[in-house]
Design a protein around this ligand. Structure first.
Ligand code: TRP
Length: 456
């Protein structure tokens, strides 16, 4: 049905794969229009399919400015191939110069999965971080922390809670009167995770990108909304150029010159406006029209491309005046690889995925039994060809194991035309998976001594 709505439930067990509809319904931007100078395998193959405000991060990189990367892991089971996709993206951003922070969602895991904090701690180190070291994240440029131990994250979550209410959480997550309150708190703590790297103690104001599976987008929508609600200044397109407006709030009314009786202190107001003008002229604009009475500042010669730099200048002004000065996070989203059985990939159903610690015999067995895009008989397959889009063995080569685009295109074509049989595709996948898992396991051993450094 045309008006069917896709729902995204970060805690749910099903997941829509109608990616173009997800893009449209939730206002994501397609990656199709983003030109990357050195795209990774996941970019080249359209697996990272959408983003929010990625241009803000790319612009920082282009100018040689700093940017941060933040993601999180739920310490509730074993790390599988699906989880490694986030790390592939993190690694790519790290190679582009981003500083990396990774949240262990131990509070969320206690609240929503019943995992004790101690158990979450063990799982994070043994299952996840040991694989991060093996996958090549640089421990010197990566910090892994626990939600339960960073009080600033929890404090931020609490403060931001003031900017939302149950109706909004109901609308975003489908919560209702029976929703456990720990479940209500989890997204606020996650907003704290996402925004805290911008705080002065954790690297200061800079763009932060959050690479995630699209199931996490509700958290990003919430967080972006919360950040912009705290902003003292906003930048919008005007008839001519850009216009800055001020947002007078309880927190800033004194600074903005609003007295207890509601009267405006004109001198104070003027002072704020001269600070705005000063901040914008430091970027090189000269035609600035300040209108303290209307509460606006116009910059007719500014274009939408200047929005980010003006916004950054105003966020730093806000900080110097005592505000939080939070920039809405950027994000990138990857598609989900299909589970090996053809259903959703899930840690709780071992047959649906390869765990990074699976031994070769187990991997081989799973791949042999995996869902095939081949025809029922060899004769039919030769005549009609197979469907690589449905074939798990081919899909896993594309998502995880095969780096060479040319070879991948060849086997895609060979499968489609019936030249390559389903069993042969599985055999190829087994060979590549064997190499990949063997290599990973030896790197896990080699790099085991690095695990502690990720937590420092
Ligand atoms: N909620 C995430 C998950 O279920 C884990 C997480 C916690 C996270 N904090 C985050 C992800 C911040 C991205 C950014 O996997």
């Amino acid at each position: 049905m045309m008006n069917d709505k896709v729902t995204i439930d970060p805690w749910g067990s099903s997941q829509s794969t109608d990616y173009s509809r997800i893009i449209e319904q939730f206002g994501l931007s397609s990656m199709d229009n983003v030109a990357l100078s050195n795209p990774s395998r996941l970019h080249r193959r359209g697996i990272v399919f959408a983003h929010r405000d990625l241009d803000v991060v790319l612009e920082s990189k282009r100018k040689g400015d700093s940017f941060g990367v933040l993601t999180g892991l739920m310490p509730s089971g074993m790390m599988h191939l699906g989880h490694s996709m986030v790390i592939d993206q993190v690694k790519w951003f790290q190679e582009q110069g981003g500083d990396v922070t990774i949240a262990v969602a131990d509070l969320e895991s206690t609240a929503t999965r019943g995992i004790s904090l101690a158990e979450g701690r063990r799982i994070a180190a043994e299952e996840y971080v040991s694989n991060y070291a093996a996958l090549g994240l640089d421990p010197e440029k990566t910090t892994v922390y626990f939600q339960s131990e960073r009080s600033i994250v929890q404090r931020l979550g609490f403060q931001l809670g003031k900017r939302t209410n149950l109706s909004e959480l109901e609308a975003i997550y489908g919560f209702d009167g029976s929703t456990n309150l720990a479940h209500v708190q989890a997204p606020l703590v996650q907003a704290g995770d996402i925004l805290h790297p911008q705080l002065d103690e954790y690297g200061g104001l800079r763009p932060v990108v959050v690479p995630v599976g699209v199931d996490q987008d509700p958290h990003l929508r919430l967080t972006r909304g919360l950040a912009s609600k705290t902003n003292w200044f906003n930048v919008n397109e005007a008839k001519m150029g850009l216009q800055v407006g001020v947002s007078v709030q309880e927190e800033n009314s004194a600074v903005m010159g609003v007295e207890a009786n509601g009267r405006v202190d004109k001198e104070k107001r003027k002072l704020i406006f001269s600070r705005i003008v000063e901040a914008i002229s430091s970027l090189g604009f000269s035609d600035i029209m300040s209108n303290p009475k209307h509460g606006t500042v116009n910059i007719p010669s500014a274009t939408s491309r200047d929005k980010v730099s003006i916004r950054m200048a105003l966020l730093s002004l806000e900080r110097s005046l005592g505000g939080m000065g939070l920039l809405a996070p950027s994000s990138t989203y990857h598609r989900f690889a299909v589970g090996m059985t053809g259903d959703k990939m899930s840690s709780s159903k071992p047959k649906t995925t390869l765990f990074l610690s699976d031994d070769i015999a187990t991997a081989e067995k799973k791949i042999k039994k995996s869902y095939s895009g081949g025809q029922a008989t060899v004769e039919e397959h030769r005549r009609l060809g197979g469907d690589p889009d449905k074939d798990v063995a081919y899909q896993y080569m594309m998502y995880f194991f095969e780096e060479d685009d040319k070879f991948l295109a060849e086997i895609n074509e060979g499968y489609r035309s019936g030249k390559i049989l389903a069993g042969e595709m599985k055999q190829l996948c087994i060979e590549r998976a064997t190499e990949w898992l063997t290599d990973l396991s030896s790197k896990r051993d080699q790099n085991a001594h690095l695990v502690d450094r990720f937590f420092q």
